[in-house]
Design a protein around this ligand. Structure first.
Ligand SMILES: [Zn+2]
Ligand SMILES: [Zn+2]
Length: 441
């Protein structure tokens, strides 16, 4: 992008000088008692004209000055690796080629279930049984998100398994047709930044129910009288407190929760949205493939990441939806950093091995057993592209049309995005997060 030049003050200075001289001349004439009043109209009109031209130049100068400083500030920010951790690199052999990694090039993938219930709330398996089942299915990470109770399960960790400390909070709304069971609700998961941080968000032990009650009674620090409010403002208050404590927040199963657009679009600070929830999917709420909600957030410039989770309570709803984090190694800090940065994708079928942009061409790699038959790349604008085949292991999409449409339609850098959906031959999907112009340029 071309940077604006520092504006020159000379034209403005010349007009200010001309206006001052003309004004001084007019004042001298007015104070000279011998001048005939009629011939004063000419210097008066000239002075007024000079004043108007100077005002126009002053306005232009101030606007140019503002644009220049804004561009400088943006350049300073983008140069700061703490604001945008670099994903790009250059090949140095032969011709230099710009590669922008949309999933990190280094590290390895770790399969995770970010939504799990155990016997600590209303699940049917103990935390240790959950670990064994998920490990046997190739998972490295389980976030234990029991209802209303947060327990550090680090005692289950081993070199191939990591427990994330987290919990799920529910806020019920007014019944739509008099039946409490049909009332809309908010379900949020809070993920702790470190294993042994278990202080509650807006606590009130009055909301604890079922098996969790016994654990809550043992937790002295679960004190408070926060009243949950079913409104965007009420939820934002909780999310703000969660963010202040360093927690990441997911907004769960919007379709099961029976929530229309106006109930969720105002949420601020949500890290992740469940685009797939195995418990809801196998239970018949197939609309809990809710990636249209992802676009609703992204179109508002809210950089929410898609997650697929199990939300398992029984045995029929395990190992159906997951995310694959790309991280340097399996540590709590690395996984939470990958979660916060969006270094992962959601899936309930296909796997993605590589995702990067090489000289404006989007490239994706899939393992041979993923059975990928369609890849759809769509954007904030109407620009989209698709690739079809059988057992595809690699696809390429020229992104020139995307960048041209963003430029043509004047999309701001924090609103223009594309994302990718991968389909396998059973119709199951993998979904990437949205990649915005501001991180692609
Ligand atoms: Zn829930
Ligand atoms: Zn749940």
């Amino acid at each position: 992008m071309k940077q604006p030049n520092r504006p020159s003050p000379f034209p403005l200075a010349l007009w200010i000088l001309a206006t001052t001289l003309s004004l001084a001349d007019l004042i001298l004439r007015l104070t000279d008692g011998h001048v005939i009043p009629d011939i004063l109209y000419v210097p008066m009109v000239v002075t007024a004209l000079f004043c108007a031209i100077t005002a126009v130049y002053l306005r232009r100068f101030l606007q140019a000055q503002k644009a220049f400083h804004a561009a400088q500030k943006a350049e300073d920010t983008s140069a700061d690796p703490r604001v945008y951790p670099p994903h790009s690199t250059f090949h140095t052999e032969g011709e230099p080629v710009m590669i922008h990694y949309l999933l990190p090039a280094d590290g390895r993938f770790y399969k995770a279930n970010l939504h799990t219930h155990t016997t600590c709330s209303d699940g049917c398996k103990t935390p240790a049984e959950i670990k064994e089942i998920y490990k046997a299915h190739g998972y490295s990470v389980v976030a234990y998100t029991d209802h209303e109770i947060m327990i550090d399960h680090s005692d289950l960790n081993d070199e191939d398994f990591l427990a994330i400390t987290s919990y799920e909070v529910s806020t019920g709304g007014p019944a739509l047709y008099g039946d409490f069971g049909e009332s809309p609700c908010y379900h949020l998961n809070f993920y702790s930044p470190i294993p042994n941080q278990t202080d509650y968000v807006c606590p009130n032990p009055g909301y604890v129910w079922g098996n969790a009650r016994a654990y809550a009674d043992a937790q002295d620090y679960y004190k408070g009288d926060h009243q949950r409010i079913y409104s965007v403002e009420g939820q934002n208050e909780m999310i703000a407190e969660a963010k202040a404590k360093g927690y990441l927040v997911s907004y769960n199963h919007p379709n099961w929760s029976k929530q229309p657009y106006t109930h969720y679009i105002g949420l601020e600070g949500v890290t992740a949205l469940e685009v797939y929830n195995t418990g809801c999917a196998v239970g018949g709420w197939t609309l809990d493939e809710s990636d249209h909600v992802l676009d609703e957030f992204l179109m508002e410039g809210k950089k929410v990441y898609p997650v697929a989770t199990d939300d398992n309570h029984g045995t029929h709803d395990m190992c159906g939806g997951w995310v694959r984090f790309k991280a340097p190694s399996l540590t709590y800090d690395n996984i939470m950093t990958a979660y916060a940065r969006g270094d992962f994708y959601a899936s309930w079928g296909p796997d993605i091995d590589g995702l990067y942009m090489e000289d404006g061409i989007l490239k994706m790699d899939f393992p041979a057993d993923s059975r990928v038959c369609r890849v759809a790349v769509h954007s904030a604008s109407r620009w989209a592209a698709a690739r079809y085949g059988e057992n595809m292991t690699h696809i390429e999409v020229d992104m020139k049309g995307f960048f041209d449409s963003m430029k043509h339609l004047n999309y701001p850098a924090d609103r223009g995005y594309f994302r990718v959906v991968v389909f396998d031959d059973k119709g199951r999907k993998a979904i990437t997060r949205g990649y915005f112009l501001e991180e692609l340029e």
